[in-house]
Design a protein around this ligand. Structure first.
Ligand SMILES: *[C@@H]1O[C@H](CO)[C@@H](O)[C@H](O)[C@H]1NC(C)=O
Ligand SMILES: *[C@@H]1O[C@H](CO)[C@@H](O)[C@H](O)[C@H]1NC(C)=O
Ligand SMILES: *[C@@H]1O[C@H](CO)[C@@H](O)[C@H](O)[C@H]1NC(C)=O
Ligand SMILES: *[C@@H]1O[C@H](CO)[C@@H](O)[C@H](O)[C@H]1NC(C)=O
Ligand SMILES: *[C@@H]1O[C@H](CO)[C@@H](O)[C@H](O)[C@H]1NC(C)=O
Length: 538
């Protein structure tokens, strides 16, 4: 008897506890019921734009809350929200949604794409989901969703994409998969996407892209793979990308560019390879790239460029080679594109390299004269090169350091910046060098420098065991540039005038330059002037 009463009391308490959090929802539903007094059939339809927060594991903000009236809907997902939850069917209350965004609360555990819901929304153009823990895009997860134009899946911890994940989407133009954890791009993940124009897979962990991974993306114009760990690129990787205009491979681990790597992409206009580890570019790396206009190679490890590496990409007017280890850039290197650089809209960056001051750089004087692009001219004027000094021995640098330290000790207040600079960069006052700084074969250094006493002291540097000065290129006179003895290889090459030079100048067939072998400066200037005239009158 007592126990029965006790149970009843406990039950009542439980009901009370349950009723409290529901009460708000209940009253609002009652209100709605009153509104709909004339309706005989009570509608049980839940409007996802008008949810009570406690009822659902998600909450949506809509541009218009009326039934079947919302077009732009942003839903926050708070709690576990299983694929089988009947609330998903409530999306039929807003069947005309055009743009749907799911944002998962960071500590939530939402692990899937709600494919069934996407299928119901016949007007859906844009689908975004962020901060879910999706791990894998399963087979056919986006198949046949022909109304969707854009999909943004950035920041969802996706690490794998199964085959046919994106399949038969006739209106899809854009996919963003940035900031996931994708490791490999397999074949047949992106299939039958005739309108896809842009695919972004930046800042993932991609190490491998399988051959023909993009085989079906014949309309793709932009592919971004920035910030991955790709270390090898091959021609077959890009098979099918016959409309691609821009390829972003910045911040990867690529160390060399082999022959014809990009030949499958004849429409490519922009190739971005900055911030890799590139040491070597094959002579035929750019084969077939007649439309390439912009080539970015900054922050790599290039020491030398093959003489002909731009031959097959003559449309380039933007070339960025900043912050490499280039010792020189010859006229042969730039010849295929040099006239493009005369135009107002041209870019050519070469600073941050280890250029040696010698007559191989003579063409830079010519380019400065010929270009109409004042920005380019200014950039050229900033260029520096290393001028070896036969007399500034290692000992003299040591002495200079010691003397400088003494000077600092005597004069502690003076010019701290300069002192710091000295410590970091091995910079010393010209005065501290052993005197008689006479540069054999290229004039007296004192004459070049001492005219302008206001100038900062010349920088002494050691490069590959050689001691010398860092000079601004145009401080030097063209006639003063040293011309290294032609090496044995150069001499051998000079015995067989190559046809490429004849072609470059047209029918005249005059042969003037060969790689790394500008015999003397006057001759190269002559050659440059000739080229300019030849271009002008033909
Ligand atoms: C639906 O939207 C239209 C146009 O914006 C508006 O006139 C109409 O009142 C809305 N219906 C409801 C039920 O909110
Ligand atoms: C695809 O886009 C076209 C043009 O915008 C449109 O007419 C067509 O209805 C769309 N297809 C679907 C299934 O929405
Ligand atoms: C995609 O989503 C990210 C947020 O994760 C956002 O920054 C980006 O602008 C969105 N849109 C596009 C077009 O990428
Ligand atoms: C550049 O122009 C100056 C004067 O305008 C001329 O003296 C010099 O020879 C030119 N240099 C070259 C390399 O064309
Ligand atoms: C270098 O300096 C010494 C004396 O310090 C001088 O005799 C010599 O001519 C200078 N030039 C070269 C190329 O050694």
């Amino acid at each position: 008897m007592w126990s029965v009463i006790r149970i009843a009391v406990v039950l009542e308490l439980c009901l009370l506890i349950l009723a409290v959090p529901l009460s708000e929802g209940v009253t609002s539903r009652l209100r709605n019921k009153k509104k709909a007094t004339k309706e005989t059939k009570e509608s049980k339809e839940v409007n996802i734009c008008d949810l009570e927060r406690r009822e659902a594991p998600f909450f949506c903000y809509c541009d218009n809350n009326g039934l079947r009236n919302a077009s732009d809907t942003n839903c926050l997902i708070f709690n576990k929200f299983e694929e089988v939850n009947p609330l998903w069917s409530s999306f039929s209350s807003q069947i005309y949604i055009e743009k749907l965004t799911f944002t998962v609360r960071p500590d939530g555990s939402f692990t899937y794409i709600p494919t069934q819901v996407l299928k119901q929304l016949k007007n859906l153009h844009v689908f975004n989901i962020h901060y879910a823990k999706i791990h894998e895009l399963v087979e056919n997860v986006f198949s046949n969703l022909s109304s969707i134009v854009e999909i943004n899946l950035s920041k969802n911890m996706i690490s794998g994409i199964k085959r046919n994940a994106f399949n038969n989407m006739s209106n899809l133009t854009f996919i963003n998969l940035d900031e996931n954890q994708i490791v490999e791009v397999h074949r047949d993940c992106f299939v039958n996407l005739p309108m896809l124009k842009k695919l972004m897979v930046n800042r993932n962990n991609i190490t491998v892209i399988y051959d023909k991974a993009f085989y079906y993306l014949n309309s793709l114009q932009e592919l971004e793979l920035n910030g991955n760990q790709i270390n090898v690129i091959t021609r077959d990787m890009f098979t099918g990308l016959r409309s691609l205009q821009k390829l972003d491979l910045r911040s990867n681990l690529i160390s060399m560019i082999g022959e014809s790597s990009f030949a499958e992409m004849p429409e490519l206009q922009e190739l971005e390879l900055d911030q890799n580890q590139i040491k070597f570019i094959s002579e035929k790396a750019l084969a077939g790239m007649r439309n390439l206009k912009k080539l970015r190679l900054s922050e790599n490890k290039l020491v030398a460029l093959d003489a002909d590496f731009l031959n097959e990409a003559p449309a380039i007017y933007f070339l960025d080679l900043r912050d490499n280890l280039l010792k020189t850039m010859t006229f042969d290197n730039v010849k295929p594109i040099v006239t493009n650089l005369y135009n107002n809209v041209s870019y050519f960056y070469l600073d941050g390299n280890k250029l040696t001051c010698d007559c191989k750089l003579a063409w830079i004087w010519g380019l400065r004269n010929e270009t109409k692009n004042s920005k380019l001219r200014e950039d050229l004027e900033e260029l520096t090169c290393f001028l070896e000094s036969k007399n500034a021995s290692l000992k003299s640098v040591k002495d200079a350091e010691r003397n400088s330290a003494l000077a600092i000790a005597r004069n502690p207040g003076r010019n701290n910046d300069y002192i710091n600079n000295f410590k970091e960069k091995n910079v010393a006052d010209e005065d501290y060098l052993e005197d008689g700084t006479d540069y054999e074969g290229y004039g007296n250094y004192d004459d070049l420098e001492s005219k302008d006493t206001a100038k900062p002291p010349a920088k002494v540097e050691i490069l590959d065991g050689k001691v010398g000065f860092i000079k601004q290129i145009f401080e030097l006179k063209l006639e003063d540039l040293p011309c290294p003895e032609p090496s044995r290889e150069d001499l051998m090459a000079s015995e067989q005038p190559s046809s490429r030079h004849a072609n470059a100048i047209g029918s005249s067939g005059i042969f003037f330059f060969s790689s790394g072998k500008a015999h003397n400066v006057n001759q190269s200037v002559l050659a440059l002037s000739f080229l300019f005239t030849a271009r002008f009158f033909t």
